[in-house]
Design a binder for this molecule. Structure first.
Ligand code: FE2
Ligand code: FE2
Length: 216
């Protein structure tokens, strides 16, 4: 049986963000203060969103399965601690860089970013291939959607916007239409218009217009 894939939107967004992070880590000139500062900002954004995602899973999503199969999410929960520590170390080293590091030091950091990306991508696959299908026999799609709503309600408007910005460009036209049709009905028109304008630079030319053709 197949059920609601509630991890699909954030995971597509996180894969997109990690791809950007690895790309930026490879093409940054670590001796250029402007480029280094931009990479540092991106690293902090990655850290904020990954931490928030892990907290949502630990506090809301994993307990759904733990209530039915105690201990089932222990390994994934442990992954969060290990991955958090790796990223924390990468961010701390970036924060300490002042433009005087050697190219070899910069390359070592780049390799660590890509290794982190590889390990994080495997974690995401395990959650979607192994964990998520285990939920389906126990919960209806509506019950899973209720969990999703709990998470959305705890987010500040800034955080919600940050998620939109990484998830929307990583999802299909149809998926984006579904989300925009849902939020358009409940948000004040100016807030909705603000979301659309903030998303515009994230899409290739014409794609946002195609999405909007299917939004009532
Ligand atoms: Fe996770
Ligand atoms: Fe996850």
């Amino acid at each position: 049986m197949t059920g609601l894939r509630l991890l699909d939107p954030p995971h597509k967004g996180l894969r997109h963000l990690l791809g950007k992070f690895a790309l930026a880590a490879g093409r940054t000139d670590y001796a250029d203060p402007v480029e280094l500062a931009a990479l540092r900002d991106l690293a902090h954004r990655v850290q904020t969103l990954l931490e928030e995602h892990a907290r949502n899973e630990d506090d809301v999503i994993f307990p759904l399965l733990e209530a039915k199969v105690p201990g089932a999410t222990a390994a994934l929960h442990a992954d969060h601690g290990v991955l958090d520590a790796s990223l924390e170390s990468i961010v701390a080293r970036l924060d300490e860089m002042d433009g005087t590091q050697s190219r070899e030091d910069a390359h070592a950091l780049y390799l660590d970013v890509t290794e982190f990306q590889a390990r994080y991508l495997l974690h995401l696959v395990r959650e979607e291939r192994d964990f998520e299908p285990e939920l389906w026999p126990h919960y209806s799609d509506d019950e899973l959607r209720a969990g999703e709503a709990v998470i959305a309600q705890t987010m500040s408007p800034e955080l919600l916007m940050a998620w939109f910005t990484i998830c929307a460009p990583a999802r299909t036209v149809t998926e984006n239409r579904e989300v925009l049709n849902n939020v358009k009905g409940v948000l004040p028109p100016e807030v909705y218009a603000g979301i659309i304008e903030a998303l515009r630079p994230e899409f290739p030319a014409g794609r946002l217009e195609t999405i909007l053709e299917g939004v009532e």
